[in-house]
Design a protein around this ligand. Structure first.
Ligand code: ATP
Ligand code: MG
Length: 577
C-alpha cells in the first residue's frame, strides 16, 4: 500500500518544510444538531489522519453557536462516533461556547475600530438591501452610527434589553463587494434561548462566521480544513482575523464534500427521516449515519478503508455506493467467521438415516485462515435447506437440488432427492432424500462430482431467529433531484424474515460482531435480540447484486425494485471442490 497523499497533505508537508509552521494542529468542528454521517467520517479521517501522520494534534470542537437546534444527545453521540471510528482528541475537547466572552470582547474591539455597527433594519429589508450577485447592495441607514452609540446598543443587546430579531451586530466591510459574504455580514444576533452549556447567560449569540475562524485562532489551529461551500467565506475568515488581535493565524483550505449515490448526506434531511418516522431512529441500520452503519455491522476499519480509497480532492464528484459495499466486503471477508443459517427453511427428511440418531461433524470457521479453527455441527434425520435451493422442475442451468439430483451438504454428506411431501393444496411441505454415508465430511472420490454445495441446519438443534435484510434507503441514485426527496424513498428498503434457522453457534454471537452466513452475506446480531430470539441484520451481500439489476434495461423501475426485494440474497453456488 502506498503512502496516502492528497493536496491537503501536500500543503501540510510544504508548510512544515518551509517553516511556516513547526507543528500541525487541525480540528473537526461539528455542530451538535444531529448525528454524524459518512460525510463527517471523511472529514474526521482527514483531520485526525493528517494530525497523526505529521505528529500534530486534532481537536474536537463543538460549533455550538445555535442553541435552538443543539442538544446534549448529539454532543454525546458525536464523541462516541469519533472514538468508535478510531480517533482520539486526547485533551483537545473544546466548545465554541467556551469562547463566548473572548468573542464578545473582539466584537467590541471591532466596534471601537469603526469596523462593526448595530443595525436596526428589519430582517426583510436587510435582505433586500443586500443586493444580488449582479447588483451591489445598499448601505444601511444605521451604518454611520457613532462608536459610542454602537457600544451602548451592543452592550444592551447582551444585557437582554431587546427582543429576538430587533437588532444585529454587523461587520462594516463593503456593501458593493462582489463576494456577498463581505456585504456587512451579521456577527451577532439576539436570541433569548437556553444553551446546553452556557444556560441563560447569553442573550446574543455569534454567527458561524464570527465564531469559526476566531475559535481556530484561539486554539492555534494551523490548517483549518473544511468543505468547498466555505470557499466564499474565506475572505471574511481572513478579514476578521486581520482586524482583531488574533493569537495565531490559521489558514483555511477547502476540499469537495462527499456525495454517495442512493444516499442522502444532509443533516437537515436526515433529521426529517427521523422526525417523520421514515426510519426507526438515527441508528436505523439503513441510515448513512455512523451510528446506523455501525449497527448494520460495518466495522470502523471498513469505513476508514472506504475513505482512504475515495481520497481527497477539490473537484466535486459522487461516489458510487458500491464502493462503500466493496470496502465493507473487503474488510469483512478475511475477518468474519463462517456460520450456517437458513433464511427461508425447507424441511428435508433423510429417509435412510436412523430415526432418533444424530452425529456431530466438523465445520471450519474460515476457509483462508486455519488459525480460526473449527466447530461442530449436528447432523440428523431432519434438516433444513434454503427453499430456493430446490426446484421441482428446474431449468437446465439449475445445479442445486431437484428430484433425482445429488448435491453436497457442506461439511456433511451427499444427498439425493427421492420424493416430495405435499399438503392438501399440493404445496411442498418437505423433501424426501437419501444420504450416502460414504461421503462423510462432504468428501467423495474425484470421479464422483456434484454440481452444488449447499448450506443447511439440523432440525435437532437449530435456533429460530429474525433476520432483517436491508437495502438502500433511497431508490433514486440522486435522491431529491426530481422533487421531494421523501418521494424517492425505497419502499422495499427492509425485509423482515421471522422464521429463519441458525446453527446453534450463532445463538450467542456478540452484538455487532460480523459473521458470514455461508452463501448469504455478512450479518451481525442486533441489539433488539432477546435471549430466546436472536435478531440479525444483514450488513451486505457477498457480491454486488445491485449493479446487475440496474444493468437490466428491459425492466421498469418498480419491477427492478420488486426483483431485488424478492430475492435479495441472490444465492451463490459454492465450488464443489
Ligand atoms: P450537513 O451538510 O450534513 O448539514 P454540516 O456541514 O452542517 O453537515 P457540521 O456539523 O457543520 O455539519 O460539519 C462538521 C464538519 O464536517 C465540517 O467541517 C464539514 O465541512 C464536514 N462535513 C459535513 N458534511 C460533509 C460531507 N458530506 N463531506 C465531507 N465533509 C463534510
Ligand atoms: Mg455546518
Amino acid at each position: 500500500m502506498s503512502e496516502t497523499t492528497d493536496f491537503i497533505r501536500d500543503i501540510v508537508r510544504a508548510d512544515l518544510a518551509s517553516g511556516r509552521t513547526q507543528t500541525v494542529a487541525t480540528r473537526f468542528p461539528p455542530e451538535p444538531n444531529g448525528y454524524l454521517h459518512l460525510g463527517h467520517a471523511k472529514s474526521i479521517c482527514l483531520n485526525f489522519g493528517v494530525a497523526a501522520e505529521f505528529g500534530g494534534a486534532c481537536h474536537l470542537r463543538f460549533d455550538d453557536t445555535n442553541p435552538v437546534k443543539e442538544e446534549q444527545e448529539f454532543i454525546d453521540s458525536i464523541q462516541r462516533d469519533v472514538r468508535w471510528l478510531g480517533f482520539d482528541w486526547g485533551e483537545h475537547l473544546y466548545y465554541a461556547s467556551d469562547y463566548f466572552e473572548q468573542l464578545y470582547n473582539w466584537a467590541e474591539h471591532l466596534i471601537h475600530a469603526g469596523l462593526a455597527y448595530v443595525d436596526d433594519t428589519p430582517p426583510d429589508s436587510m435582505r433586500s438591501q443586500r443586493g444580488t450577485l449582479t447588483e451591489p447592495g445598499q448601505n444601511s441607514p444605521f451604518r454611520t452610527r457613532s462608536v459610542d452609540e454602537n457600544l451602548d446598543l451592543f452592550r444592551r443587546m447582551r444585557a437582554g434589553e431587546f427582543p429576538n430579531g430587533a437588532r444585529v451586530l454587523r461587520a462594516k466591510i463593503d456593501m458593493a463587494s462582489g463576494n456577498m459574504n463581505l456585504r456587512d455580514p451579521v456577527l451577532y444576533r439576539i436570541l433569548h434561548a437556553h444553551h446546553p452549556r452556557t444556560g441563560d447567560a447569553w442573550k446574543i449569540y455569534p454567527t458561524y462566521d464570527f465564531a469559526h475562524g476566531q475559535s481556530d485562532a484561539i486554539e492555534h489551529i494551523t490548517h483549518s480544513v473544511c468543505t468547498l461551500e466555505f470557499e466564499d467565506h474565506k475572505p471574511l475568515y481572513d478579514w476578521l482575523l486581520d482586524n482583531i488581535p488574533a493569537p495565531s493565524r490559521p489558514r483555511q483550505y477547502e476540499f469537495a464534500r462527499l456525495n454517495i449515490t442512493y444516499t442522502v448526506l444532509s443533516k437537515r434531511i436526515l433529521t426529517r427521516l427521523v422526525s417523520e418516522n421514515h426510519v426507526s431512529g438515527w441508528d436505523d441500520p439503513r441510515m448513512p449515519t455512523i451510528a446506523g452503519i455501525r449497527r448494520r455491522g460495518v466495522p470502523a476499519a471498513a469505513l476508514r478503508e472506504f475513505v482512504r480509497r475515495i481520497g481527497v480532492a477539490r473537484a466535486y464528484s459522487t461516489v458510487d455506493v458500491q464502493q462503500l459495499d466493496a470496502a465493507i466486503r473487503d474488510t469483512l471477508n478475511p475477518a468474519a467467521p463462517r456460520r450456517m443459517a437458513v433464511l427461508r427453511p425447507l424441511k428435508v427428511i433423510i429417509e435412510n438415516y436412523p430415526e432418533g440418531q444424530t452425529e456431530t461433524l466438523e465445520a471450519i470457521n474460515h476457509p483462508d485462515d486455519p488459525s480460526a479453527g473449527t466447530r461442530t455441527v449436528t447432523f440428523g434425520r431432519e434438516i433444513y435447506i434454503e427453499a430456493e435451493d430446490f426446484m421441482e422442475d428446474p431449468p437446465k442451468k439449475f445445479f442445486r437440488l431437484a428430484p433425482g439430483k445429488e448435491v453436497r451438504l457442506r461439511y456433511a454428506f451427499f444427498i439425493t432427492c427421492t420424493g416430495i411431501d405435499r399438503g392438501p393444496n399440493g404445496e411442498i411441505l418437505a423433501l424426501r432424500c437419501t444420504y450416502d454415508p460414504a461421503t462423510k465430511g462432504g468428501n467423495a472420490p474425484d470421479s464422483r462430482k456434484v454440481q452444488a454445495t449447499m448450506h443447511w441446519v439440523a432440525a435437532a438443534d437449530a435456533v429460530t431467529a429474525e433476520v432483517r435484510l436491508y437495502d438502500h434507503l433511497f431508490a433514486h441514485p440522486n435522491p431529491g433531484a426530481e422533487g421531494d426527496v421523501m418521494a424517492d424513498l425505497n419502499p422495499a428498503s427492509v425485509e423482515i424474515l421471522s422464521n429463519c434457522l441458525l446453527e446453534p453457534a450463532l445463538a450467542d454471537a456478540p452484538i455487532g460482531a460480523a459473521v458470514q452466513f455461508e452463501r448469504l452475506g455478512y450479518f451481525c446480531r442486533d441489539r433488539d435480540s432477546t435471549p430466546s430470539r436472536p435478531v440479525f441484520n444483514r450488513t451486505t451481500g457477498l457480491r454486488d447484486t445491485w449493479a446487475k439489476v440496474q444493468a437490466e434495461p428491459t425492466k421498469s423501475q418498480p419491477a427492478k425494485r420488486a426483483a431485488r426485494g424478492s430475492r435479495p440474497e441472490n444465492l451463490t453456488t459454492l465450488k464443489t471442490t
